[in-house]
Structures are given as structure tokens and as C-alpha cells.
Design a protein around this ligand. Structure first.
Ligand code: GDP
Ligand code: IMO
Ligand code: MG
Length: 412
């Protein structure tokens, strides 16, 4: 671990390389012990980051996954859109488990609020896409797109407004939302749903840009938690089947107001295979018995919506592109154990002139890797599988996940 920490340096970002759910939460939790500040940079409660400690599962949607560590300062940055009842529920769940995150929680004045009406617009827009185009995007229905639409249209409401009177703001939203989307806003219900948040969180809404800057001056190290993933990025992902925020390392820095030169490392997180939730292209998807096997072995059901995840094989071109865009310095290849029973593992090594995957079959290992913590103790074929990824992408696979638990990881 000491060697890894040295190579990561003081400011490390953890970024998904595929379509999300790669296991970002687990590596954030593992590293958090060694970082003074853990900062979520973007997205909203569409994220679901799972941590398993001592057999107990915690799912974070808005709080950074490092929140379990009592020493850590926890920052929610400017790039987020926040559904406050969800945030309060997470804070309370942790309190019930004996962890009080509130005294060390700082939320950006610049983050935007997700109101209930944003969720209703999300549902209405998905329904319209279904009716007009035959399919929707398959959003999480958490109001993410509409909240970022309001932000970009300069009609959004930022967290700083929580400290004042929200009634006139909501009344103006009600008129606009009715006119534009034919969605009725219940101003009183919205206000009621926000009253506890106003009481509990108002004192925690600060200028997180200055806070992070001061931490860096004091030589405190910062761990940046990305959400969603590179192929869901609004600019670089599989548009239009993407989320509405920037999910890359550059997006994370922008979301926190950190200058690009502050970043000292970037861990790309990728499953040893691949999954996707929602609609959109997935060239290496496998359906039928093989896909079902990956889903069952990997427990591939959404942490946020419970939807079965589409499953498929690893795509080297996607990993290369994600490494290119994000500047990955390390890989965390996760869920290697899920492939333990495969006889042969197909990998998309390139894309042919016909736009279809060029497959390469790598030998499986048919031995359990569950809980292995040393790379040299992995079966030969598993080591070769990892070496293949390293060689093709030019990024070292420093961390390999061998189970959902905090300790189930090899670090080289
Ligand atoms: P995130 O959104 O990137 O944080 O990932 P999710 O939490 O949505 O999904 C990852 C799932 O895989 C969670 O259920 C984790 O507990 C689990 N997981 C993470 N790493 C491993 C691993 O190495 N092996 C196995 N079997 N499960 C893992
Ligand atoms: P984490 O951080 C997986 C997907 C949705 C949908 C698309 C747009 O846990 O990896 P949205 O609600 O954002 O407008 O939906 O993006 N999506 C995710 N898929 N993991 C996530 O987050 C996701 N966040 C959004 O399924 O296809
Ligand atoms: Mg997830």
C-alpha cells in the first residue's frame, strides 16, 4: 500500500472506464483511510456506489464512499445535482450505524438542487421518447437530466438558496415548468420535503473551492470520487445514451474547481468484463445463457434502480479510449473472480472495417481467485489476462479486485 500511495501522490481521481458500476466505491473506500479529504465531483443520485465491510453492505448515492472513515473530511462539490431527501437519508443511515458524517461534511454553495419536479420531468421526457422514438434512454428517473438542463439554461437553483426563502423560487419554477413541460409543481409539497434539509444542512453549505485550495496548501491529500463513467460522459460517451454530466477526470476537476495541474494520478476502474444499464450500443454484449451466467455470478443488478444489468465481454478499444481521455496512471481491474469458471474468455481486441468486434479468446483459469491478495498467487492464466490488458492499454493494472469485500484486492 505504501508503494501505491507514493505513486498516487497527493491528489488522485478515481474514474469509471466503462458504463458505470465498475466498483469505484470499493476502491475509494479502500484508499480513504490514507486521505484527509474525500470529494465527490459530479453527477447525482443516479450513482450507486457499493461498499462491503465486514460482510455489511453500504450503498452511497450522494455522499462520497469514503464517508465510513471517521477521520475524513467529506466534500460534495459544485458539479453535483443534489436530491436533498436522498442525502439526508444517507446521513441518517450512517448515523444509525454509529457514523456521524455531518460535522465533517461540506457542500458546495454552487451545487444544484434536484427538486421533485425534476424527477417528474425526467419521467415525462422518457415517456415521450418511448412514444415518439420507440425507446427511451433508460434513465434512472432521478431527475438528473432535467436538473442539468435547468443548470445549463441558467434556470437552476443552487445550494446557497437553501439558506433563504425557497417559496418565491419554487413559485417561479412552477409557472415555468407548467408552461414548458406541462408538469404541475406542488410548491407546498416541495417546500415540505426540503424543510429538514434546510434545518440540518444550511450550516454545511460553504465555498468548497476555497476549502479544497486551503487543504492543498496545508498539504492534506485529496481523493476525488468520480461518478458514472467515461462511456456515459455527455461529450465523449455513447451519445445520446449518456448521462447529463461530465464524467471524466477533466469533468471531476471542473466539478470541484481544482486546476488540472493539481491532479497527480488517475485510477481507471474497469470490470474484467463489461456491463451496462439502460439503452444504447454495447458491441460486446452477450445475451442468453452466457450473459445470464455473468449477471448471476457478478450480482449484476443496479445499485440504484435494481434493474438487471446487460452483460458482455471486455472491450480493449473502449479501455484504450477511456485511458486516452482521462490520462489513467493506474488500472483497478475489478471482479476478476466473476470469470473464475469460464473456460475461455473472449475479449474484443479491436474493431474491424465492418464496425464489428475482432475477438481474441484468452484461456480461462477455472480456479477460485476469491479473496486473493497477492498478484503472484493468482492462477497463471489470470495473470496473463491482466498482463494482456496492461500491454494493450499501456497502463499498469496496480489493483485487482477479487471479491466485493474491502480486503479482497491485490495491490502491486
Ligand atoms: P460503482 O458504481 O462503480 O461504485 O459500482 P457498484 O457499487 O454500482 O457495483 C459494483 C458491484 O460489484 C458492487 O456490488 C460491489 O460490491 C461489487 N464488487 C466490487 N468489486 C468487486 C470484485 O472485485 N469482485 C466482486 N465479486 N464484486 C465486486
Ligand atoms: P455509478 O456512479 C450505471 C446510466 C443510466 C442511463 C443513463 C442516463 O453507480 O457508476 P441518468 O439517470 O443519468 O439520466 O441516466 O446513464 N447511469 C448509470 N449507469 N452506473 C451509474 O452510476 C449510472 N448513472 C447513470 O442507467 O443509461
Ligand atoms: Mg454503481
Amino acid at each position: 500500500m505504501q508503494k501505491l500511495l507514493k505513486s498516487l501522490g497527493p491528489v488522485c481521481a478515481v474514474i469509471g472506464a466503462q458504463w458505470g458500476d465498475e466498483g469505484k466505491g470499493k476502491v475509494i473506500d479502500l484508499l480513504s483511510e490514507h486521505y484527509g479529504v474525500i470529494a465527490r465531483a459530479c453527477g447525482g443520485a443516479n450513482a450507486g456506489h457499493t461498499i462491503v465491510v465486514g460482510g455489511q453492505k453500504h450503498i452511497f448515492h450522494l455522499l462520497p464512499s469514503g464517508a465510513l472513515h471517521p477521520h475524513a473530511t467529506v466534500v460534495i462539490g459544485s458539479g453535483l445535482v443534489l436530491h436533498l431527501p436522498t442525502l439526508l437519508e444517507e446521513i441518517r443511515t450512517l448515523q444509525a450505524a454509529g457514523i456521524d458524517v455531518l460535522p465533517r461534511l461540506y457542500i458546495s454553495t454552487e451545487a444544484h438542487i434536484v427538486f421533485e419536479f425534476h424527477k417528474q420531468i425526467d419521467i415525462a421526457l422518457e415517456k415521450q421518447r418511448q412514444e415518439r422514438e420507440g425507446k427511451g434512454i433508460g434513465t434512472t428517473k432521478r431527475g438528473i437530466g432535467p436538473a442539468y438542463m435547468d443548470k445549463a439554461a441558467r434556470s437552476g437553483t443552487r445550494m446557497e438558496c437553501l439558506k433563504g426563502d425557497l417559496r418565491p423560487i419554487l413559485t417561479a419554477h412552477a409557472e415555468r415548468v407548467q408552461r414548458l413541460y406541462d408538469v404541475a409543481v406542488d410548491v407546498d409539497a416541495e417546500l415540505k420535503s426540503l424543510s429538514s434539509a434546510q434545518q440540518l444542512l444550511s450550516g454545511h453549505i460553504v465555498d468548497t473551492v476555497t476549502l479544497l485550495y486551503e487543504h492543498l496548501i496545508q498539504k492534506k491529500n485529496v481523493l476525488i470520487e468520480g461518478a458514472q463513467a467515461s462511456l456515459l460522459d455527455l461529450d465523449h460517451g455513447t451519445y445520446p445514451y449518456v448521462t447529463s454530466s461530465q464524467t471524466t477526470s477533466a469533468g471531476a476537476l471542473q466539478g470541484l474547481g481544482l486546476p488540472p495541474r493539481a491532479l497527480t494520478s488517475c485510477i481507471g476502474v474497469a470490470k474484467a468484463y463489461c456491463t451496462r444499464v439502460g439503452e444504447g450500443d454495447f458491441a460486446t454484449e452477450v445475451r442468453g445463457e452466457q450473459g445470464d451466467r455473468l449477471r448471476e455470478r457478478g450480482g449484476e443488478y443496479g445499485s440504484t434502480t435494481g434493474r438487471p444489468r446487460r452483460c458482455g465481454w471486455l472491450s480493449i478499444p473502449d479501455l484504450k479510449r477511456a485511458a486516452m481521455i482521462n490520462g489513467f496512471t493506474h488500472w483497478n481491474i475489478t471482479k476478476l473472480d466473476v470469470l473464475d469458471e469460464e473456460e475461455e474468455i473472449p475479449v474484443c481486441a479491436g474493431i474491424g472495417a465492418d464496425g464489428k468486434p475482432e475477438w481474441k479468446n484468452l484461456p480461462g483459469w477455472r480456479t477460485s481467485t476469491v479473496g486473493v491478495t497477492e498478484f503472484s498467487k493468482l492462477p497463471q492464466e489470470a495473470q496473463e489476462y491482466i498482463r494482456f490488458i496492461e500491454k494493450e492499454t499501456g497502463v499498469p493494472a496496480t489493483l485487482i479486485g477479487t471479491g466485493p469485500g474491502r480486503e479482497q484486492m491485490t495491490i502491486q
